[in-house]
Structures are given as structure tokens and as C-alpha cells.
Design a protein around this ligand. Structure first.
Ligand code: BGC
Length: 246
């Protein structure tokens, strides 16, 4: 089964057709940079541009960086505030003319990493964290993905993601050990509340894991995401197929 996976992020929208049996991209992904915060209408255009680029007529999975309840977007911490309350399924289905399934971006990454990436073959309690513009999170047990919002745990009076995301590292010009120090403080809280057996770290920065993993101290086994930035696209496509004809 093939599906088009689309990953909406804080600085770009990426998409590509995925063979959901192998987790492989069937063509080079298309990336549209979004330096300015796009409105829902602007984002729908970008999503339609990706579908048109691949002449796509099949199911589409869209990963969005916010709380998703059914077809509705409930939060938009790093994107346009007008997404809050929007019916994302309706918005993107209308723009593309295709059947759309919507899910949280980190839940998408978790689905893909557990099936084809860093957590492949492991069915125990796993925490998947994505470090990007924000911090995405989900818990996975026996293949069931539970979306979380651990990036918004309060840390020193504000959302943790403002201190520990990959964007925060760049914004504050932190050295790798400085950033890892912040991550260790954060992991201590995450492990207290969730006690996972395995932690998978995703987001673009997972490709540079050798620069900071050795500074990290966790009780759980720590592994980098294997699918890197592709995880969101692949997981969104998996979700579109799992969602079936609904
Ligand atoms: C959002 C999450 C999202 C994460 C990563 C956070 O700000 O609230 O829903 O998964 O960023 O994009």
C-alpha cells in the first residue's frame, strides 16, 4: 500500500510517496521552506503543491505539530495561531482532493521509528522525542502510539522546549555539552514520570548524535532515530493506510 506522507514543521513542509510495507520513499521528497508563518489557507496551498508535484490521487497522511483531536487541530505553539480550532482533515482534503488522515507530527515519527527505525523489533515501553523547532513526544507500548505534549512541561517557568529544542540550542548558541546539560535536566523529569525502557531521539539533530549522546545520562537505553527527518513523512503515510477508508 502506498500513501503520500506530509510532515508539517516549524520551518518547512516536506512530503513524499511512501511504500508503507517497507517504509521506503518511492521518490525524492519535496521540501517547501516556510520562513514566514503560513496561515491555514497558505499551508493548504503548500500541501496541495506537494500532492500536485507527485500527481498524487491516493491517501494522504499529514503530521501536524500540535494537539490533534479527531480531525481538529487544538494547539499550534510554533505555527500560525489561526490553526487552533481548524478542521485539519477538511482543510487538507479540500486543498488536495484526496482522502486525508491527520495526526501529531511526533506520533507520526514514533510510528515510523518503531516500525522501521531505531525502535524496530522492540515492543517494550518507549519514549520517542523529536528535537526540532519544538520538542515532540509520544509513548509507545506494544506498537500502540500515545501522543504526548512533553515539550510543554514547565521547566524554569516556561515550556521545556524553549530551553531544550534544537532551535533553542542554535538560538542561544549553546555548545554541545551545554545543550546536553539542559537535556539531562529535562530527561530526569521525563524519566520520573514515564520510566521508559528505551528512548528514541529524533529530529534533524539525531543525525549528529555522536556530537552529544556521550554527554547524556539516562536510565533508559538511548538510541538515535534511524529515519532522521524522514520519520515524520513515513509515519504520516503509515497512519493514512492504517486509518483506511474512514
Ligand atoms: C507541539 C507538539 C509537537 C512538537 C514538535 C510542540 O510545540 O505542541 O504537538 O509535536 O512541538 O513539533
Amino acid at each position: 500500500m502506498n500513501a503520500l506522507g506530509i510532515d508539517i514543521g516549524g520551518s518547512a513542509v516536506k512530503g513524499g510517496p511512501v511504500d508503507t510495507r517497507t517504509g521506503r520513499l518511492l521518490a525524492e521528497r519535496l521540501k517547501i521552506e516556510t520562513p514566514k508563518k503560513l496561515t491555514p489557507a497558505g499551508m493548504a496551498k503548500a500541501v496541495a503543491q506537494i500532492a500536485a508535484h507527485f500527481k498524487w490521487r491516493g491517501p494522504i497522511g499529514v503530521g501536524f505539530p500540535g494537539v490533534i483531536h479527531g480531525s481538529f487541530i487544538r494547539t499550534s505553539a510554533n505555527l500560525h495561531p489561526r490553526f487552533v480550532g481548524a478542521d485539519g482533515v477538511k482543510l487538507f482534503a479540500k486543498a488536495t482532493g484526496c482522502r486525508v488522515a491527520l495526526l501529531n507530527d511526533a506520533a507520526a515519527a514514533g510510528l515510523a521509528e518503531m516500525k522501521f527505525g531505531g525502535g524496530r523489533g522492540f515492543s517494550g515501553k518507549t519514549l520517542v522525542l523529536t528535537l526540532g523547532t519544538g520538542v515532540g513526544s509520544c509513548l509507545v507500548l506494544n506498537g500502540v502510539v500515545f501522543p504526548m505534549e512533553l515539550g510543554h512541561l514547565p521547566m524554569r517557568g516556561r515550556s521545556a522546549e524553549k530551553r531544550v529544542s534544537s532551535a533553542a540550542r542554535k538560538r542561544n548558541d549553546l555548545s554541545w555539552p551545554q545543550w546536553a546539560g539542559r537535556l539531562n535536566e529535562y530527561f530526569a523529569v521525563l524519566e520520573t514520570i514515564s520510566r521508559p525502557e528505551l528512548i528514541v531521539i529524533g529530529g534533524g539533530v539525531s543525525a549528529k548524535h555522536e556530537k552529544f549522546f556521550h554527554f547524556l545520562r539516562t536510565q533508559a537505553r538511548l538510541v538515535p532515530a534511524k529515519l532522521g527527518n524522514g520519520a515524520g513523512i513515513i509515519g504520516a503515510a503509515l497512519h493514512a493506510v492504517q486509518a483506511g477508508g474512514k
